[in-house]
Design a protein around this ligand. Sequence first.
Ligand code: CA
Length: 230
Amino acid sequence: MKVLLVEDERYLAEAVAQILKKNNYDVDIAPDGEEGLVAAESGVYDVILLDIMLPRKDGIAVLKELRVGGVSTPVIMLTALGEIEDRVKGLDSGADDYLPKPFKTEELMARMRAVLRRRGDLLPDGALSFGDIEYDPNTLVLSCGNRSFDLTNKEGNLLEFLMANKGQTLSSDSIIEKVWGWDSEAEDNHVQVYISFLRKKLTGLRSRVRIKTIRNVGYTLIGEADHELC
Ligand code: CA
């Protein structure tokens, strides 16, 4: 699970990052709103912790731009102000939750688990659904009706990333970062190969879900209703 922490108070940011790392989250810190926005737009994060009072661009503005741009990553707003107006403003701008500072570690962990559970079309057993397909990240089984295939770990991570960002175009770079990791040697052709593996499996399942290539931009997962647009 990748977390983006947008927080300008360095000691607080580092303390929170330490806690998250101990809880097996992979954390990146952005020290201001502009950097936070650019990082968040990559789409690689599973959850964003966003301070409200930030240099260069405040948290509310960052959140609005993300939502207008179609980035649906869950966002938990952090604020020292703790006032009801801020809470309403944050949620109106598309925040999933709100946490006043200072907060307890357990409280942060509980809120994160809650927004992650609500994310996407999560089925009760933890499986994901989109169009006519279902994918269970626990068993790596991709199914369509009564047909199913086992995916490899990489295929599964790639499909999960596409399903979590359905309808959005994901760049090869963001896919490499999410599926292979920052420090990997993976390149565009690795992504192409795994996209083709997934396409073969979708075709094999006779699913109507497709992975569309947007030339020089990236890949997007589309379902039945989107076909006329292609
Ligand atoms: Ca701040």
